[in-house]
Design a binder for this molecule. Sequence first.
Ligand SMILES: Cc1cc2nc3c(=O)[nH]c(=O)nc-3n(C[C@H](O)[C@H](O)[C@H](O)COP(=O)(O)OP(=O)(O)OC[C@H]3O[C@@H](n4cnc5c(N)ncnc54)[C@H](O)[C@@H]3O)c2cc1C
Ligand code: SF4
Ligand code: SF4
Length: 465
Amino acid sequence: MTNRCSPPLTYRDIVRSGLCIGCGACAVKRSGATLQMQFDRYGQLKPKEAGDLKSAPQVEFPSICPFSPLAENEDDLAARHFATAAKCDPLLGRFEKAFVGHVEEGDFRANGSSGGLVTWVAAELLQRGLVDAVAHVGETDSGDRLFRYRLSRSIEDLKAGAKSRYYPVELSGVLDAIRTTPGRYAVIGVPCFIKAVRLSCANDPVLNERISFTLGLFCGHMKSARMAESFAWQMGAAIADVEHFDYRVKRVDRPANWYRAQVTLPHQDVIGRDWWHLADGDWGAGFFQNSACNFCDDVVAETADIAFGDAWAQPYAADGRGTNVVIIRSAALLDLVNNAVISRRIVLSLVDEEFVARTQAAGFRQRREGLAFRLTWLRPDRRPRKRVAAGAGSLTWRRRMIYRLRYAISAWSHRIFWFSHLLRRPQLYLAWARIVSFLYQGFAYSRGPIGRIVDRIGRSGAETD
Ligand SMILES: Cc1cc2nc3c(=O)[nH]c(=O)nc-3n(C[C@H](O)[C@H](O)[C@H](O)COP(=O)(O)OP(=O)(O)OC[C@H]3O[C@@H](n4cnc5c(N)ncnc54)[C@H](O)[C@@H]3O)c2cc1C
Ligand code: SF4
Ligand code: SF4
């Protein structure tokens, strides 16, 4: 906590400490802020002073930044927004009910990354006149970004923005637009972005009145823009030539968790590659992860009215059509969903906390025991305030190695990619990525000769345990 003598917390403190996720909440043009969100050398969005102007310290900054130690945490926010929720679970937070299922009507499921429920719920809010526009992420036509937040006011525009984008995006533009244009809005975002929206609303009556619904996406971690660039390299394309980038092309004849990326080049040339065959395509290894994600403790958007993820549990993971898990925290949205189930527009089965947690087992390991372990690496006075206490508990040496490797891969992938790019030698980065992936997979999944050696020393703690 700051005391009366310590200088006020600013965006610079958060950026310097590696805790800036790049949400853009501090760059909303309120109270004369002159910050702009710009890519840094590693392809991550960070707030910067616009031109030579020095912003006056933002008095509300400590209360709106999702990584500020002085802001309300997820438990505080959820207690305020979902005070009467039927359940309160240490992993899932406060909620009414949880389901597994998909959209039955139209092409929502076929066009979504998972079961299509995020776009369906957002479309339903628009269609019923409960909101005038939805803030979500769509492709850009040109410029330095493949994707950005935008406001969709029609079902057509909303549907065109379906699918998961593992790419840096930021909220300042849409929050500015919401502030200047009266109406009711829904915002879709990963957990820390929804937290930023909640905190911004708590500090801004205009946003608070206008943002009526928040739709959260479960989150493993955020990637930098360099992951798209690296995937394109490996498909023989330069990112500047890519017209469409699809992180997850759906193939109904294959399990949903066999991700396949696809780029569309000029003249409609299309190239695809399975993530598994890409040097840095193992999500769990942490390539290009934002450093703030190392200190995140919300997997399932605990502050969102409704939260969606992929049903990574059998038999759903094997179904290439895609299936969602859904946690409903707001009673109003529970009614909306229940009515659609009765009319068979969507198909949902009730599930318990244990099932939802099982679908996100890796995410919870990384954000509970992994976070507790990572916190021990920092001096007590430098530790971010989290809902998880520092401690290595009974972690096996193998488990510790996995967390250390993941942390190192995420940190070094940014630098090595940057250096290879500078030298115009993609092979340098790719060779490094293959070696560390091989090492990580030996420790995590007992693969190859490293896996055999590590298994001989001790099996306990492998990701597959
Ligand atoms: C960075 C990231 C990490 C994720 N990690 C996990 C995970 O670990 N486990 C898990 O189960 N699910 C995770 N998800 C969510 C998952 O990928 C699907 O988005 C979710 O299951 C919804 O699928 P759907 O078919 O219902 O959504 P769709 O119908 O495809 O709609 C997705 C909606 O989300 C919006 N959107 C896409 N990308 C972003 C973004 N970056 N920020 C804000 N809005 C966006 C789109 O514009 C669209 O409106 C993650 C998503 C993201 C963006
Ligand atoms: S996390 Fe968001 S609010 Fe905090 S400094 Fe970064 S961009 Fe600004
Ligand atoms: S892992 Fe946490 S901090 Fe990182 S993008 Fe997801 S919600 Fe935000």
